[in-house]
Design a protein around this ligand. Structure first.
Ligand code: ADP
Length: 518
């Protein structure tokens, strides 16, 4: 089907990368070609002209060196030119013929001399056409008299047909009287001009346009093959949607810029995919977490409505429902905080925090629940250990760790919280002699809603939301620090948080769904 090109198509084509690549390639290519062709033309012209000048120098030497003599005729009282050569020798005859082609011999006033034997005027017909410049001849003679070793005159003149001639002018002396005579020998530049004109026509109207067309076609094809992968990348990118994030652009294994682009693009999709998965997981987890207390409340309300008879039974049902509502609002509060953290709304309030004092306060607060659980709690943090950080968040972080440590340590166990400065960093550790975390769960404990299986069989207060460590990881990361966990089941767990003393401008405050820095 023949498609008619519309103005819009043309405009789009001319804006396309392929067109622009080809156009710039063609422009550059033609500039180089024109430059090289012009350079070569100048070189050719110079070489041809040098050849002509070389010929003229040879003629001059032959004429002055022996073929041409000027002598004084006592009889007629005038000077004559005498050509002295062997007329039967074809070489000598040709050479003298060449010299005489464009030739002029005059006295110091510009008057043409005669040949002694033939009485011919010593001016060739071409020179008659070119014309005698008597003033120039007189100047030349004067110049010679002032400086006999002055270089010859070079001149380019035209005849009536506009043919150019290169002319060498100089002075020859009569050996007896030392009278100077002006001699000019010339050669036509017409053959050279014709060569140059043919070269110009051939190169500029044939070679350059031809090379340009060929080069543009080649450039168009090359740009097309270079841009094909770019088009493929764009097509794949178009197919990638929120529900189709598993698609990747295959690498061309060329290890070039385009492969780097593809790699970067694929990594971006990886990250998008991970965030999408995280979001999906998050909403699944949230609905699951909300369903449990809602089912509980519904159950308790049904008990109250249909089966409870005594006041105590009503009270118990109401109490249980209230507990579920508490859990529900805890979840909602935690989720709100999480979403604020994720969307960057939770801005860190920087203050100078005395970590020693803060840890001491927190250890004091936790003494009561620790004692109730029969756990020995100790703190080891020197006062004056300063840190620039958000006090509320640091408190929340240590509280979460301490409450876990106390919660997961059986009676008779020990919990210790300590902090110390190390170069420009501060290390906070919370360690316990509790039940520990099995190695296979360690990579997940910082995930949202993740609880080590088996916790479910534990008494109710132990059933946390599974969000505490997510916050710990987020807070550490937001402060430019990291969390590490070491644990051996049955022996205990140690969480180590490393923070910079001076809070840096936190880069990304998003909450990682994975162990932060561990
Ligand atoms: P939770 O609200 O359940 O405590 P966290 O995110 O704080 O949620 O902790 C996730 C899980 O990691 C806990 O359910 C628990 O199984 C495990 N865990 C956390 N801290 C400790 C600890 N000190 N000792 C043993 N297990 C721990």
């Amino acid at each position: 089907m023949i498609r008619r090109w519309r103005k819009r198509d043309l405009r789009r084509l001319s804006r396309g990368l392929r067109f622009r690549l080809t156009a710039s390639y063609a422009i550059l290519f033609s500039l180089i070609l024109i430059g090289v062709a012009t350079g070569f033309r100048l070189y050719l012209q110079k070489t041809l002209n040098e050849q002509v000048e070389q010929d003229l120098n040879d003629y001059w030497i032959s004429a002055k060196g022996g073929y041409l003599r000027i002598f004084w005729d006592r009889g007629s009282h005038q000077y004559f030119a005498d050509w002295y050569y062997d007329d039967t020798d074809p070489d000598e005859r040709t050479l003298v013929g060449e010299i005489k082609k464009v030739f002029l011999l005059t006295d110091r006033h510009g008057n043409v001399l005669l040949d002694y034997k033939t009485k011919e005027r010593q001016i060739s017909s071409t020179f008659e056409d070119i014309g005698i410049d008597k003033a120039a001849i007189r100047r030349r003679i004067e110049k010679f008299q002032a400086n006999p070793t002055a270089p010859p005159d070079w001149d380019t003149r035209r005849d009536s047909d506009h043919v150019r001639y290169r002319i060498r002018g100089g002075v020859i002396l009569n050996p007896e009287t030392q009278e100077p005579f002006y001699v000019a020998i010339g050669e036509s530049l017409d053959p050279n001009d014709k060569i140059l004109a043919r070269y110009t026509l051939f190169v500029y109207s044939l070679v350059i346009p031809g090379a340009l067309i060929l080069g543009s076609l080649l450039g168009w094809a090359m740009a097309g093959s270079v841009l094909t992968p770019v088009r493929e990348v764009a097509q794949t990118a178009q197919r990638i949607t929120g529900s189709n994030l598993s698609l990747r652009i295959p690498s061309r294994q060329a290890d070039d810029e385009l492969d780097y682009l593809i790699l970067t693009f694929n990594r971006m999709i990886d990250r998008l995919d991970a965030s999408f998965q995280q979001m999906k997981q998050f909403s699944t987890d949230v609905s699951h977490e909300l369903r449990t207390p809602i089912t509980g409340i519904r159950g308790q309300l049904e008990v109250a409505l249909f089966t409870a008879k005594t006041t105590d039974q009503y009270r118990e049902a109401m109490f249980n429902a209230l507990q579920d509502i508490d859990r529900l609002s805890q979840i909602v509060r935690a989720l709100l905080l999480l979403s604020q953290a994720e969307s960057g709304q939770l801005v860190l309030q920087k203050t100078r925090v005395d970590l020693g004092e803060l840890i001491e306060d927190l250890a004091e607060q936790f003494q009561i629940p620790a004692e109730a659980a029969g756990v020995h709690l100790s703190a080891d943090a020197p006062r004056g250990c300063f840190l620039t950080a958000d006090r509320v968040q640091i408190e929340r972080m240590i509280t979460n760790l301490l409450s876990n440590a106390v919660k997961f340590t059986p009676e008779g166990g020990r919990v210790k919280v300590s902090a110390f400065a190390h170069d420009d960093r501060i290390e906070i550790t919370v360690e316990d002699t509790g039940r520990g975390i099995p190695a296979e769960h360690l990579p997940h404990i910082f995930d949202r809603f993740y609880r080590v299986p088996g916790s479910g069989t534990a008494p109710v207060p132990e059933q946390g939301l599974g969000l505490g460590l997510s916050f710990v990881a987020w807070i550490a990361k937001a402060h430019g620090g990291s969390v590490r966990v070491d644990s051996s089941p049955g022996e205990g767990t140690r969480f180590t948080i490393t923070l910079p003393m001076e809070l840096q401008e936190a880069g990304s405050l998003e909450l990682a769904g994975q162990p932060a820095g561990s």
